[in-house]
Design a protein around this ligand. Sequence first.
Ligand SMILES: [Zn+2]
Length: 303
Amino acid sequence: MRRRRFWLMFGFVIFLLHNQARAADPRLMDVHFIDVGQADSILIQTPQGKNLLVDAGDEGSGKGLADYLHSHGVVVLDAVIATHPHHDHIGGMSAIMKQFQVKAFYMPDLTHSTRAFRRLYEAVRREGIMIFQAKAGDKIDVEPGIKIRIVAPLKGGYDSLNEYSYVLKLVDRKNSFLFMADAGEQSETDLLEKRVNVRADIIKIGHHGANTGTTLPFLKKVNPDAAVISVGKGNRYGYPDKAVIQRLRYLKIPTYRTDLLGTIVAHSDGQRVSFTYGLENDHRSGRQKKAVIEPSANGYNKG
Ligand SMILES: [Zn+2]
């Protein structure tokens, strides 16, 4: 009897170790642009096994998102970041807070907030999660070689709540990612004016590819090797906008869209970035496609 319990216990430990190993590849940082329809959610898994979530889709995303995190070995979220108070970014968050241990929660200090945001804020307080009302210039040291810098919003007085989005720069050794959330032209202009270093290898295009931003001067300054658009298939807004796609084509920036490819995962080894999609997560097709982006391979000269 005692022996049987030992073996049961042993099996459980093996299972835990196996899960840990999945999450903690010794070299790679994985950035998952999760297909949450017409919404945003990004999971970052670091070489040392840390998990960070930027936005959590809309109200309907909670369950699917939780399943996705579970299937990728997530037990603890070291940080959850809400970029701004719109429902397509924070709607699924309270479901996530209930199911995962969240070590730290980052959100902008916005006085004009939405009801969804206030509800989330209350959930965070109820769960006793540490809140950081971070602002531009603040930095999250994730682990050696990996950090997230909050680069915007730089100002106030914007027309739209979208312009108050956190713009985040994730740096993994020599690689960098710029997550625009729903920031648009006003925030982009302020970043250019203040000469903030927005240069990045990969850009997550602002506002689901709407023509409210992704201006040509800004794109040129970021000078990315690839772009990702998180957008719902057949969404009623007609995103991504043709003008945005044309600008990306004009600059020869390969573009990955969740409405066409499903969940897209960028793998960073600190030197270069490769993508998989179509998907390791789609159990129906079981197929996985691979694309490797060589630095500067898009023919557009680095400035
Ligand atoms: Zn949005």
